[in-house]
Design a protein around this ligand. Structure first.
Ligand SMILES: C[S@@+](CC[C@H](N)C(=O)[O-])C[C@H]1O[C@@H](n2cnc3c(N)ncnc32)[C@H](O)[C@@H]1O
Length: 182
């Protein structure tokens, strides 16, 4: 039995599954995030312009930006005529987004009930999913489906893989995934 357990633990596959379901990025340091992201975001995928173009191509005019940070994307969308509501659990980032004139709700992606914001053409998540465990992602998708039936996700590989599996549990939500490269 011991040998079996040792062998199983040694096999990399079980670790990959543990990683897949349970690995969660540690919460960001908001101050550092603002400074670094401001400096680096030109080179980050996706750019606010790319997201705007995607929305325009799909004729989507109102957006719920989940985990929208300080409004890096929301500000650009709003300036270009898209109606945006942002959801962000970090108080410092939420405050900065509010300061930039974005309607902001200081909430966690798994706690979107009773937002009283109406319905949206779509929701977006941009590099947020890696901060959530797999079962939290399912909860988030269920709650997003209260406000829209389209989610566009811009995520790195682990986030994209989790979303591909999680969306099976919420068939009413159409999930478009754009895998980020850097
Ligand atoms: C890498 S930043 C991306 C911010 C923004 N989407 C952008 O692209 O500029 C990740 C964001 O996810 C937010 N986040 C982390 N955990 C979250 C959760 N449980 N619910 C909602 N947002 C979360 C963080 O506070 C942070 O603003």
């Amino acid at each position: 039995m011991r040998r079996f357990i040792r062998r199983t633990l040694k096999s990399s596959r079980i670790f990959s599954w543990i990683y897949f379901f349970f690995y969660v990025k540690k919460p960001i340091d908001a101050k550092e995030f603002i400074e670094n992201w401001e400096i680096q975001y030109e080179s980050h995928d996706p750019s606010p312009d790319e997201i705007l173009e995607n929305l325009r191509c799909l004729k989507l005019r109102s957006v719920l930006d989940i985990g929208g940070g300080y409004g890096r994307i929301a500000t650009h969308l709003q300036t270009n005529g898209i109606e945006v509501v942002l959801v962000e659990p970090n108080p410092l980032l939420a405050l900065k987004a509010k300061g930039a004139g974005i309607v902001t709700h200081e909430k966690n992606a798994t706690d979107l009930r009773n937002l009283e914001v109406g319905v949206f053409d779509c929701a977006i998540v941009v590099r947020v999913v890696a901060y959530l465990g797999f079962f939290e992602i399912i909860r988030m998708l269920r709650q997003i489906s209260l406000y829209t039936n389209i989610l566009i996700a811009y995520e790195e590989s682990i986030g994209s893989a989790r979303l591909r599996l999680a969306r099976i549990c919420v068939p009413s939500l159409k999930v478009k995934i754009k895998e980020c490269v850097n």
